[in-house]
Write a protein of this length. Structure first.
Length: 293
């Protein structure tokens, strides 16, 4: 299973559409976030908005970028990284880009033509603080002003290129957990030095549940297998009753208003949602095809 998880290559095929086009399928989930009574899927060819009216491509073709590390801030601003649409005039890579109009347009704000963050993490307790994983160059970056300026972190104890997922503690943004193929690693100084916390299991996705606690949700593989919640930022775990036999969760989003509502996306492009903190799950899409419920 680990070999499948860490070496799988996905061929991306998604036709360019206008912002009102209904989509019948998608491939490769790069990001998954609730926002504005909708949820959004960031893909290799732009953003998809899902709400009661259906599954629709967002933006004109020149704005349908390969969005990596997609996140929505509390004020509604969307922030991402990645590569420009083939119809865009923007250079490659995008660096850090933001959208203030729900993904219709994107503007570079930092590291333009320098960095493609495959993982872009925003601290839940202080959204000024962000971490970016430049896997291609094996460099960890940190921002303290909402992504407008970044500094490279001098990392010891792990290879940044091997980081699969990363999360910082809302109560202490310098306390960071990272999932690698070899296990869970922890840093207590903002990613500078790392030590291995666990070797018999690791994480493929994380999300903090709120800004005032250490409640953390993760998809774990190894001696733990499935979606779990921790109330002490990864010290102990309780199952949320979602274990995928031939797949793994790679994206997790918690609803900003509805308590206990969680959305997950998987490596094989399926999407599941729970409205009661994992007691029941509904499949919203199966292998890139929306499901009629």
């Amino acid at each position: 299973m680990k070999h499948i998880i860490f070496t799988a290559l996905v061929v991306i095929i998604l036709a360019a559409c206008s912002q009102t086009d209904e989509i019948e399928s998608y491939t490769h989930i790069h990001g998954l976030e609730y926002a504005n009574e909708s949820f959004y899927i960031a893909t290799h060819h732009g953003l998809i908005q899902v709400d009661e009216s259906g599954w629709q491509q967002v933006g004109e073709p020149e704005q349908q970028h390969d969005l990596m590390g997609f996140t929505v801030l509390n004020d509604g601003t969307m922030i991402s990284s990645g590569h420009p649409s083939i119809r865009s005039d923007l250079a490659n890579p995008l660096g850090v880009v933001i959208s203030d109009d729900q993904g219709l347009t994107w503007e570079p704000i930092a590291l333009y033509e320098e960095v493609d963050f495959h993982s872009l993490h925003v601290n839940e307790g202080d959204q000024n603080i962000m971490y970016g994983v430049d896997a291609g160059n094996s460099v960890l970056y940190k921002s303290e002003n909402k992504g407008h300026d970044w500094s490279q972190v001098n990392v010891e104890g792990l290879s940044v290129a091997e980081i699969i997922t990363l999360v910082s503690n809302p109560l202490n943004p310098d306390y960071v957990l990272a999932g690698l193929e070899t296990g869970l690693f922890v840093s207590e100084n903002g990613g500078e030095s790392w030590s291995q916390a666990e070797s018999d299991y690791t994480a493929t996705a994380f999300v903090s549940m709120d800004e005032e606690s250490e409640v953390l949700i993760a998809y774990l593989i190894g001696s733990y297998n499935g979606l779990y919640v921790s109330e002490d930022f990864g010290q102990t775990w309780t199952s949320l009753h979602l274990e995928l036999e031939e797949d793994v969760v790679t994206m997790i989003s918690k609803h900003p208003v509805l308590e206990g509502t969680i959305l997950v996306g998987t490596m094989q492009q399926s999407i599941y949602e729970t409205a009661n903190m994992g007691e029941d799950w509904t499949m919203l899409a199966e292998e890139g095809v929306p499901v009629s419920n």
